[in-house]
Design a protein around this ligand. Sequence first.
Ligand SMILES: C[S@@+](CC[C@H](N)C(=O)[O-])C[C@H]1O[C@@H](n2cnc3c(N)ncnc32)[C@H](O)[C@@H]1O
Length: 270
Amino acid sequence: MTDSPTAHFDKEAVFYDKRFTYSLIGNLQREKVWNYLNDFLSRREKLDILELNCGTGEDANKFAELGHRVVASDVSEQMVSESRAKTKRNTFDGALDFEVIDINQLDEVVFDRSFDLVFSNFGGLNCLTEDGLKKLSLDLKKILKPDGHFISVIMPNFCLMEHLTFFLKLKWNEMFRRNNSAGLSVPIEDGDVWTYYYSPKQFCSFFENNFKIKNKKPIGLFIPPSYMEGYFKKHEMQLDFLNILDNGLNSISSLAGIADHCLIDMSIKD
Ligand SMILES: C[S@@+](CC[C@H](N)C(=O)[O-])C[C@H]1O[C@@H](n2cnc3c(N)ncnc32)[C@H](O)[C@@H]1O
């Protein structure tokens, strides 16, 4: 078992944008998330948004540029410090504050407002155990407004592109690596992070007492996991082709459980 993720994510923080945010694959996957968010936000006025595991603040800045009032948080002080450093406040109308918050201790944080949207992108919630996610469900109910939404992007326990790649590389013992309820040690900068992969159905079941499911969407159905960046940097036309396939099929919600990431939109139950 690995120790707390904080230290490793602190070390990852300075490399994170180069390795993921500004990578070809990271950029395409985030674009898919924002296709959904833009549609969601276009049907609403300016919102109070809490972002969990904000990393280097890429999404928080976009929300604020669109005029929303944002509290963006992460357990890693270094991630939060990277976010603050890259925030150009003159580019947005909204408000943006960063705070160091461990999702597991959300119940100890006192907010001076409630939120229309709680958002978590790209697998921060895969660092939480089943009990941690059940507790999060209760905590979110307390801080969301009655018509509030919780939109999260998690890593499912099966990824078609990863599965095919391991098959073709004859690494058959790796093909089902995500499907391990005890979790998995995943290497990041200078250490490993214990990661739990959940099917969308399992994940939703942790929230079902307090939330109803509004939508699911595959993110990275054919756009592969970001650790394949090296290959696709040399074969950009192949990535373009996969992106076209992805755009053709990513509105099919039943495919959410076989993509690299899966977006789940839930709203508070009456
Ligand atoms: C893969 S990064 C995603 C960052 C960002 N959301 C993005 O879209 O690029 C995962 C993030 O989750 C954060 N994280 C992991 N465990 C956490 C916890 N218990 N509470 C808050 N943040 C956590 C890490 O520090 C890291 O910044």
